[in-house]
Design a protein around this ligand. Structure first.
Ligand SMILES: [Zn+2]
Length: 315
């Protein structure tokens, strides 16, 4: 019986493949380097090769697998299964990845964007288990997002919905990488935290991080805050407040059952969540936040694989 699906998390560095059950658990996993510099055809071949190795090692027989779902970075033409552009995979312009994989592996393939499949995984088998609507914010170098409504990814008119990091929270704010001013990403990403810490140090704020000015990371800020550094704590608190503004906007528009956070910045935990919830309480109506769960993601490591498989199951 075909009860398993390959989930593929295609990243700039690694290809992660898992055999995912109908209940959303990974029964076997395999990983390989992406080696993106060898070009799209070689990467597609490596995806299929890694999947074949995975099924061999799992010893389930090829007939047990119904198909393959792939989460890819970049902009996807969903209808045609084409990667239009991917900043993490150089030279990927108009690559018909779905067809390339189907031709090689001989199984039907579903393709979506990596942020979307991560949101789908959280809704299906993670922080949103049992809920039908979830918004996921991935807080890293930038802020990515995915929106799941009624158990399905909301793609929007052109497949580019869920760009939550580029929601303006200040019309006069700093210029964002996207060209807009005052995007959430310019306030609450790891990059923004580091920039704010630099400004604090340059303006003479006392902090244990001052000697580390040149290679400071958001993780350093978190560590310093845990050790009692007031400037670092203030930095994380401000990040939480900015996120609270963004979350309030999401709540007003979508009123989802779950809003979840993943990514490196989310490791700050309660230090981030408490100011976030305070801000949200100030900015939203009791009726719109009453039954909303605001929390951290539960599948930080496996969301890409599980969500890709789910994407195939829902195709
Ligand atoms: Zn932006």
């Amino acid at each position: 019986m075909k009860e398993l699906v390959f989930g593929v998390d295609l990243g700039g560095t690694n290809i992660k493949v898992g055999l995912v059950s109908a209940e959303g658990t990974i029964v076997h996993r395999h990983q390989a380097e992406t080696l993106g510099e060898r070009g799209p055809a070689a990467v597609a071949e490596r995806i299929c090769q890694t999947a074949r190795q995975c099924v061999e090692a799992a010893d389930v027989g090829p007939d047990a697998v119904a198909g393959i779902g792939v989460g890819s970075p970049g902009t996807i033409d969903l209808e045609n299964g084409v990667v239009l552009f991917s900043p993490n995979l150089p030279g990927w312009d108009d690559i018909p990845l779905r067809r390339m994989i189907e031709d090689d592996i001989g199984l039907p393939c579903a393709l979506d964007n990596d942020a979307n499949v991560a949101a789908l995984a959280e809704q299906w088998a993670g922080a949103g288990r049992g809920a039908s609507s979830l918004v996921l914010l991935t807080l890293g170098t930038g802020i990515g997002g995915g929106i799941v409504l009624d158990g399905r990814v909301w793609h929007g008119a052109n497949g580019v919905a869920g760009e939550i990091g580029h929601m303006s929270i200040n019309p006069d704010g700093p210029r964002c990488g996207c060209g807009n001013l005052g995007c959430l990403e310019a306030y609450a990403s790891a990059t923004a935290m580091v920039r704010r810490m630099h400004q604090a140090i340059q303006s003479g704020r006392e902090t244990s991080l001052a000697p580390r000015l040149d290679d400071l990371t958001a993780q350093d800020i978190h560590k310093a805050a845990l050790a009692g550094d007031k400037a670092a704590r203030d930095n994380i608190e401000a990040t939480g407040r900015y996120l609270g503004v963004g979350v309030s906007n999401i709540m007003h528009i979508l009123n989802p059952q779950v809003i979840a956070f993943s990514g490196g910045v989310a490791a700050a935990g309660d230090m981030l969540m408490e100011p976030l919830l305070d801000e949200m309480e100030k900015r939203t109506l009791e009726a719109s936040r009453r039954d909303v769960k605001v929390c951290f993601a539960e599948l930080p490591r496996d969301a890409g694989v599980i969500g890709a498989a789910r994407c195939f199951m829902l195709r």
